[in-house]
Ligand binder design. Structure first.
Ligand SMILES: [Zn+2]
Length: 86
């Protein structure tokens, strides 16, 4: 039996250009926003049986928690810089 295909016309818009280190895509503002510097930190968690690494922050404008995945190579550098999130 063929699987039903979900319509894919509700995809989130791609962000133009590269995000800066302290920039995130805020789902509330629906655009790229900078985090409150004091709220930045790294976090690791399990995702599909793997360790995932993320940088987290809080939107300057609307106080919503922000999150973006980071590469392992960059993670240690970010941890030294910002510490662990909360
Ligand atoms: Zn926001």
């Amino acid at each position: 039996m063929p699987a039903k295909k979900k319509s894919s016309n509700k995809r989130p818009k791609k962000i133009q250009g590269k995000l800066k280190e302290t920039e995130f895509y805020c789902v509330s503002c629906r655009k790229r926003m900078t985090s409150i510097p004091d709220e930045l930190g790294v976090q690791t968690f399990r995702l599909k049986g793997r360790n995932a690494r993320a940088l987290r922050g809080v939107c300057k404008k609307c106080d919503v928690n922000l999150c973006k995945f980071v590469k392992e190579a960059k993670f240690d550098k970010l941890k030294d810089k910002y510490g662990t999130w909360r």
